[in-house]
Design a protein around this ligand. Sequence first.
Ligand code: XAN
Length: 457
Amino acid sequence: MGETAAAPREVGTLALRGRFVHGVGSTAGTLDAVVDGLLVVRHGRIERFAISEAEISSALRELQDIPLVQMGADAFCVPGMIDTHVHAPQHQFCGTATDLQLMAWLQHYTFPAERRLEDASLAADVYTRLVRRLLAHGTTTAVYFASLHLGGTKALVDVCRTLGQRAFVGKVAMDQHGGEAYEETTEESLRDTEALIEYCHACEDAPAEERLVNPVVTPRFIPTCSKALLEGLGALAAKYDARGCWVQSHCAESVDEMAFVEQLHPGKRDVQIFAEAGLLTGRCVMAHCVHMREDELRTFAERGTGIACCPLSNAFFAGGTFQLRRAQQAGVRVGLGTDVAGGYSPSMLNSCRTAVIASKVSASTAGADIDFKVAFWTATLGSAAALGLEQHLGNFAVGKQFDACVISRAADVYDTFAPPSADPREVLMADFERYVNLGDDRNVQKVYVRGRLVKGG
Ligand code: XAN
């Protein structure tokens, strides 16, 4: 840990043959199912995707130098999940602490747990367990909040690089309302945020789109940040934008949070305050955004700012449901997130399922609800777009990074019956739907990031 020299990039070269399902196009829910395909990956990037018999035969003739991985007849390959919102320190209490509203939950459970990660070796241990678990579930990219501490946050960068997960990592910035023991000064916050940005850039000298771990400017949320801190962070985001620097925070997330913002900034709301500080960029992803007005959604759409929709956490904290279709129809780029540990599950499949259930329960108009296809599309291509990386991640388009999972039918997870027609495409879509609705990490046989195998043999 702690190495800053740029290390060689670990990327993979392979050809993968079998069945594939991935999101395509810009309409949420559009999926392509390929019953026999050959996907060629060179140096981590998709070079070719042959889907007809003739193309596959000619590709196979030309590819003598590349190892061929043949998927099993029951298996299929999907793009890796992109979790747009995870609090890495909160893995310590993931699955518990489900009894309080947001502002009380932060003081009672969250800040004390995050404060413990001042100990960088404890942080490295917690983060190693979390990153392993997310990879096991097929999350190939995660957008992380770490804690206030620079040492622990660097440890998270190191863990992601060692275990091979694509990541966006932020040192949490907060100079007020954290309680005495969990606050920093404005100057410390800006200094350490800049140090983290420099650290990520020094670890890998690559274009931002290809870098395994990128830095994220991370004001926790409006209540914990002074105006000077927000403006300083906005200036850092602008300074480092060209070299690769993202922004994340929480926005319009719950009734108690919004009431606190009104008390601190009478007449102003989160979106306006973030915009005035220069934080709503095309490389910004804001978590939750449940209570957004139409004009605020328009601001996001115009600036290319993304939303990390975290339906499980919303069920506990938001006091409302995120209207996924409304935001997507307003032209906002929306991805999915787990929000570990406000969301009690690290699995993006659970985020997909909760998004579907939340929309079914709350849809006021027939057809305004979403299904498993929309949820999966949003968790992959949608999340890539929320990060401004839809040209590089999220599906199997030629030229993109190969971040993917091979899914198998693990017999002990669910039973399978072929649909009556036995049409190969229908069989594949039934296998896919079962996986999204019933699957878990036992079904995730192999995981690739930049073509490098990071789970499975
Ligand atoms: N707002 C938050 N919301 C959440 O779900 N988790 C957090 O840690 C947090 N901090 C501010």
